[in-house]
Design a protein around this ligand. Structure first.
Ligand code: NAD
Length: 378
């Protein structure tokens, strides 16, 4: 089935306002990767690349174009940005006398580079290869023995982001699906954010409709560049909405499950999204009406089921059990989530979170959660 024509297939170049006093230069489109070297040279003369092993082909081309402006590459990248990796990368920056970082990869490569520019003050050029959206946010995170510390810092924003849909063609279908659902989660939570603006709402709606239209087309034909462009366009807008809005229960749960239980980031988002939507639905009818329009279903009440069906169609995991969550962790995670509350349309109790997590652990299409059963009930 062909994807109907829409936004996201056209190349563009823009100064995108990410903070009230800070724009990020964005280049979007097929072949945009050819401009990374020139973009890098405009902000620095000695480039250190942060790019994991899966990016070897892209990196070879980039090194050729950078010529003498290339000074070093960090190839070790890990999820959740381990502190020792940040320290080692800072040392490489100093040894190579680098004056600009270029991150090529998913949220892990971008996250490592952001942590390094936060400490070093160097400029960053980001070349995302997944749909995580980290390149559009001032959010950083570093994990040490005490857990994952996160924060907001305008210094971590890239100077330039280069989006080339061709770089995402090598994503395995399972990763494309979970990463796309991760982006969709940014968009859905932005729709009910307490600090939403007309612009973040518009971006979140456009992101959700682009992602919902494109994600089911990625698995069967990885080289479907129209679908890849639409998905990356949706991910860009979802990342932008994430950076400009305060996230709620969904992101908090994903954060705690990742940090405490070492569950994979994007897959966890994918599983949780329909269940958190079912939980929040009765308390955010307007936001879910907008989500319904974006997902192409008639009513807000159909959104949780539509999100579940989308994940299934894409081949994304739909149960926390399948991700290896030990059910014995449900109470610990619930207590941790409630201990540091986040703004959420529906007030959250420990029993609510435990109920939601048990439903997500079983998997399947989420049941309505108008009233959450008290402790002890299934
Ligand atoms: P990832 O960066 O860990 O990548 C997942 C896997 O995909 C890795 O093995 C990577 O090498 C591989 N990969 C990436 N691009 C590929 C491609 N084009 N082809 C083939 N393989 C490819 O995963 P992610 O989901 O992109 O990022 C997750 C991390 O990002 C988490 O640590 C999360 O906390 C962080 N994140 C941060 C923000 C933020 O605003 N700070 C936002 C979203 C996610």
């Amino acid at each position: 089935m062909e994807l109907p024509a829409g936004q996201g297939s056209r190349p563009f170049e823009a100064a995108v306002p990410v903070l009230p006093d800070r724009t990020v230069r964005v280049l979007f489109g097929r072949g945009a990767v050819d401009h990374v070297a020139a973009e890098t040279r405009t902000v620095g003369g000695r480039a250190l690349l942060v790019a994991g092993p899966r990016q070897d082909r892209v990196v070879r081309g980039l090194i050729e174009r950078l010529g003498t402006a290339y000074v070093a590459r960090v190839r070790e990248v890990a999820e959740h940005v381990p502190a020792p990796l940040v320290a080692a990368t800072l040392q490489r920056v100093a040894d190579a006398e680098a004056d600009v970082l270029v991150a090529v990869g998913g949220g892990s490569a971008t996250g490592l580079a952001k942590a390094v520019v936060r400490e070093s003050g160097l400029p960053l050029v980001a070349v995302p290869t997944t749909y995580a959206g980290s390149e559009m946010t001032p959010l950083w995170g570093v994990t040490d023995e005490t857990g994952k510390r996160t924060g907001r810092d305008p210094r971590v924003l890239p100077r330039t982001v280069v989006y080339d849909p061709e770089l995402t063609c090598s994503l395995p279908a399972s990763l494309a699906a979970t990463s796309g659902m991760n982006a969709l989660a940014h968009a859905v939570e932005a729709l009910y954010a307490p600090d939403a603006t007309p612009l973040t709402l518009r971006a979140a709606q456009e992101a959700a409709s682009s992602l919902a239209a494109s994600l089911p087309h990625l698995g069967a034909r990885p080289q479907n560049l129209d679908a890849r462009s639409r998905a990356l366009y949706g991910a860009w807008l979802a990342g932008w909405a994430l950076g400009g809005s305060t996230m709620g229960l969904h992101h908090k749960l994903a954060h705690v499950l990742g940090g405490r239980c070492a569950l994979p980031h994007a897959a966890t988002h994918s599983v949780l999204l329909p269940h958190v939507a079912a939980f929040n639905l009765p308390f955010a009818p307007e936001a879910f009406a907008q989500a319904a329009a974006a997902l192409g279903v008639a009513t807000a009440a159909e959104v949780p089921g539509a999100l579940h069906e989308l994940a299934e169609r894409c081949g994304a995991p739909t149960s926390l059990g399948a991700l290896g969550l030990d059910p014995a962790m449900v109470d610990t995670v619930s207590a941790e989530v409630v201990a540091a509350p986040v703004p959420n349309p529906r007030p959250v109790t420990t029993a609510d979170v435990a109920h939601l997590l048990r439903a997500a652990h079983r998997g399947g299409c989420p049941e309505p959660m108008d009233a959450v059963p008290s402790r002890g009930e299934p």
